[in-house]
Design a protein around this ligand. Structure first.
Ligand SMILES: [Zn+2]
Length: 219
């Protein structure tokens, strides 16, 4: 890709979007942000949080990393993985978001690398980072699935794993106890664009169209 494509893209963006949203953008710039959710997603270029949720600037506070990982709070200091913890603290302590979404995606390359034990040898940081998803791939591996099914099940398990890790942060745990924060687990389908949503009642991921009100079980 020629980087000029991106620079020209900004010109198009200003012409096609900014020109028609001046008042909205001026309000956002002068009044500050007030996003409703912290969105923790994968760095994968095909998973674009604002696009897949039809969100505007200012609506999502976003963290993206390889395999949408939340390192457990007690490991953050020892391993130095503090960027996610910093985002959690800012989203809760400063922005007062009421929702945290962990969003994986089917066919995730990071999860696949773990499932197939193919983390590239010259990627030591990646290898260490993906260990935060290893418990999920071990659980999924016990089911005896193969190929894409094995990866996709591990993707779902990984979202559950990272939701559990979220609860290890005192700021998250405290707000969950007080009922002022909700955690949501989603998996995005790259082809069809739908979300599978974690249903705590059935402890399964369900196609969003089966759920009358997203995030809330239908029965
Ligand atoms: Zn991914």
């Amino acid at each position: 890709m020629n980087i000029d494509k991106l620079i020209r893209g900004n010109k198009s963006f200003r012409k096609e979007y900014v020109a028609g949203a001046r008042d909205f953008l001026e309000r956002l710039a002068s009044q500050g942000q007030s996003p409703g959710a912290l969105f923790i997603g994968c760095s994968d270029s095909r998973v674009v949080p604002e696009l897949l949720t039809s969100s505007s600037p200012g609506e999502l506070f976003v963290v993206r990393n390889v395999a949408n990982i939340v390192p457990p709070a007690d490991e953050v200091r020892s391993l130095g993985d503090d960027s996610v913890g910093a985002a959690i603290e800012y989203a809760l302590g400063v922005l007062n978001v009421e929702h945290i979404v962990v969003c994986g995606h089917y066919g995730c390359g990071g999860v696949r690398a773990l499932v197939e034990a193919h983390v590239p040898a010259d990627c030591p940081n990646l290898s260490e980072w993906l260990m935060h998803a290893a418990p999920a791939t071990v659980r999924a591996g016990r089911l005896g699935l193969t190929g894409g099914e094995a990866v996709d099940r591990a993707v779902e398990e990984n979202v559950e794993e990272q939701m559990a890790n979220l609860a290890t942060y005192p700021s998250v745990h405290d707000r969950l106890e007080r009922g002022v924060l909700q955690l949501h687990g989603w998996v995005y389908d790259l082809r069809a664009g739908y979300l599978s949503i974690w249903d705590p009642h059935t402890e399964t991921f369900r196609h969003m169209d089966e759920i009358r009100e997203p995030g809330v079980p239908s029965s």
